[in-house]
Design a protein around this ligand. Structure first.
Ligand SMILES: Cc1cc2nc3c(=O)[nH]c(=O)nc-3n(C[C@H](O)[C@H](O)[C@H](O)COP(=O)(O)O)c2cc1C
Length: 169
């Protein structure tokens, strides 16, 4: 059963989960048009006096288009046995079809938030983008650019204010 939670109860699980499972889920797009992608880079904390989740998305992702048209996202915490879904959502693009179906995951609708979460997951953070910046190669160490951006495709960094949090009990 899902219940409302303090954002820190969900956020504190993220680093260990990413270390163990490899990634977590990022859901974007309005109900009925939503997409799911795996992310490995995410931070949480209080910024500008607000609980915030920060995610990094490359412009080549379908997720990037979704965020451009609709500045909301959900971070969903997988169970530790969702390895194959993590791999699928991190290697196939939503441009090629519905990844919820492909990964065997179901959407969970919310009256008070425009992006669905994932029924089979164990935690969720519901976020509204309040700031978007991008990695600036002019001020970035060359060796990191060579390692992570050989083709450009510099990440955009989205600061999402955490509007609510949920945990499965
Ligand atoms: C473990 C893992 C972590 C990933 N982390 C990120 C990330 O933080 N940011 C990103 O832009 N892509 C990341 N990716 C790649 C995307 O998940 C992948 O390109 C995905 O197919 C994009 O889906 P989309 O086109 O439907 O948005 C990751 C992939 C994996 C497997």
């Amino acid at each position: 059963m899902w219940k409302k939670a303090n954002w820190t109860e969900v956020a504190c699980r993220i680093p260990a989960l990413i270390e163990k499972v490899g990634g977590i889920f990022l859901i974007t797009g309005k109900e009925g048009q939503s997409n799911i992608m795996t992310i490995g880079w995410a931070q949480t904390g209080r910024v500008w006096g607000r609980p915030m989740a920060t995610v990094l998305v490359r412009p080549s992702r379908f997720t990037f288009e979704k965020l451009k048209e609709h500045p909301f996202f959900v971070i969903a915490l997988p169970t530790e046995d969702m390895y194959s879904a993590i791999q699928l959502c991190g290697s196939v693009s939503g441009r090629e079809g519905n990844k919820f179906q492909k990964a065997g995951l179901s959407t969970r609708h919310h009256q008070d938030f425009p992006v669905p979460s994932i029924e089979e997951c164990v935690g969720a953070l519901f976020c509204q983008v309040i700031q978007e910046t991008k990695v600036d190669p002019a001020t970035f160490p060359q060796h990191i650019i060579q390692e992570y951006y050989p083709q450009g495709d510099f990440h955009h960094i989205y600061f999402g204010e955490i509007i609510k949090a949920e945990l499965k009990t």
